[in-house]
Design a protein around this ligand. Structure first.
Ligand code: UP6
Length: 262
């Protein structure tokens, strides 16, 4: 998995969203996912106008937006189409299957209608994947990133939890896009994507338990395929200039990895 190009891996996947992501990364030459953790929908849209061309994926937390509207979603989707990136709603589902199905399809946000992919915990057991793979009125191609590890200090995920999470996912190849995780040996399947948050160039941690690693470490040592950057970009003086720096740095690390000269 570490040495294969995204292009090759696009052919090895069973999930349509993973295939799209591998292809977008190869075409746009970016493995940067921007985490737009802002509470104003206007600010999110303004930011994406500026950085859309540098990212393969945008990660949202829709429940932090104070002026959420379906018009925001329409505009977000337009930007996704214009700049060719996908949308990941980082909902981190963690309830029984029936509740998750309601949270996924109903309420204010109707996530299933616009998110190409979502994140989910494996904690409640397989029912959560059954519900997220239920056919619904939303998008035809949908995916799930399952949390197999977390970036935060003192999190309760054990090696055993990680292993059973990966085994659980193997029963749902059509819906699983990949894992949110921190280590290259979490899974082997080259058709799945390692989505790794906790990356920043400037600092090593925040005051609330987040731990940051460098692009080199997460891509060359730890196997990250798509790298999530939030405050490293959105809190910068010029998010646009910073997005270019992250895009270039992360892509260089990927090229170094697939060249085999580690
Ligand atoms: N995130 C993590 N660690 C995880 C899983 N998810 O940080 O293990 C998410 C957070 C946040 C983003 O919910 O939206 O990734 C990281 O943001 P930051 O770069 O500003 O720390």
């Amino acid at each position: 998995r570490m040495l294969l190009s995204y292009e090759k891996r696009a052919e090895l996947t069973s999930n349509p969203v993973a295939k799209q992501l591998f292809n977008i990364m190869s075409i746009k030459k970016t493995n940067l996912c921007l985490s737009v953790d802002l509470t104003s929908s206007i600010k999110i849209l303004e930011l994406l106008e500026k950085v859309g061309e540098y990212i393969c994926l945008v990660k949202t937390h829709v429940d932090i937006i104070e002026d959420f509207s379906l018009d925001f979603i329409t505009r977000l989707k337009q930007l996704a189409q214009r700049f060719n990136f996908l949308i990941l709603e980082d909902r981190k589902f963690a309830d029984i299957g029936n509740t998750v199905l309601l949270q996924y399809q109903k309420g204010l946000y109707k996530i299933s209608e616009w998110a190409d992919c979502v994140t989910s915990h494996s904690l409640p057991g397989e029912g959560i994947l059954k519900s997220l793979s239920t056919p619904c009125n939303g998008l035809e191609n949908r995916g799930v990133f399952l949390l197999a590890e977390m970036s935060s200090e003192g999190n309760l995920i054990s090696p055993e939890y990680r292993e059973v999470t990966v085994n659980m996912a193997s029963k749902y190849p059509n819906i699983i896009t990949g894992f949110v995780c921190q280590n290259k040996d979490t899974f082997k399947d080259p058709g799945l994507i390692q989505l790794t948050p906790g990356v920043q160039l400037e600092s090593a941690k925040d005051d609330l338990g987040q731990v940051y690693n460098s692009p080199d470490k997460v891509i060359l040592d730890n196997g990250a395929d798509i790298i999530v950057v939030g405050r490293g970009i959105i809190a910068a003086k010029s998010p646009e200039a910073q997005a270019v720096i992250y895009r270039d740095t992360l892509w260089k690390c990927y090229l170094k990895r697939v060249s085999g000269k580690l």
